[in-house]
Write a protein that binds this ligand. Sequence first.
Ligand SMILES: [Zn+2]
Length: 273
Amino acid sequence: MPELVEVEAYRRLAEGVVGRRVAEVVAPDAWYLKRGLDAATAEDALTGATVTGTRRIGKLLLLDLDLDLDFDLDFDGARRVLGLRFGMSGRLVVDGQVGVGDLMYAPRLLLDKRDRFGLRFEDGGDMRMQDPRRLGAVELDPPEARLGPDALSVTPSGLAAAIGHGRSTAPIKARLMDQGRIAGVGNLAADELLWRAGLDPARPAGGLSAAELRRLHRHLRTTMSDLMERGGSHEGDLMAERRVGGVCPKDGTPLVRRTIGGRTTFSCPKHQT
Ligand SMILES: [Zn+2]
């Protein structure tokens, strides 16, 4: 499933459409357009617009677009933001190229059936979203303020506030995965991060000591950037042991499997305390 590291790879891929002008909006799947957006509105808002930049907040990929009107400078409505959410199985294809790992050169024809949304550019190339399970979404001007600070750039005090340090009784893992508090930590990354930090995922978030909080912050940044360098959220050290009979790669202790925050969780009962 696309987590922060995959969406960051998609963002880098999407850099390839910056400076290009939209000739056509392709929206064959009405279900995929969310927050009141429909195909006609998307066409009106985006046709003729030029992509001016890409951003990412957690797992939300944002494309900034500019209508490039000759007259005005601050005309309201000239700038739009396209928000892409990848759900459980979404991916981005730019000019036939996929952004992550071994899917990089997947045959184009094979992928076409799962297209949910796309932009065709004046230069003949295109950007498409594909999503077999249809749990992703396309939005116009998404409410960016509702997301917490991005996991890659959150400060120590931002992290403390986000997890409810000193207050929250919710499990630390559930807090970390709450996108409204910290944007971008998915299930696999959360398990990897807490395993590296030696913290029990079920511990109340508010009960971490100051030293534990610093450790969590340090591991948050290094884990996310490690996973990104390795090529995906499934590339963690714990990943191969996420199975029945799996053992801790650090100390060989059989891992515990629980459901925390509604998600399957693996942790080491020995060194994660
Ligand atoms: Zn262990």
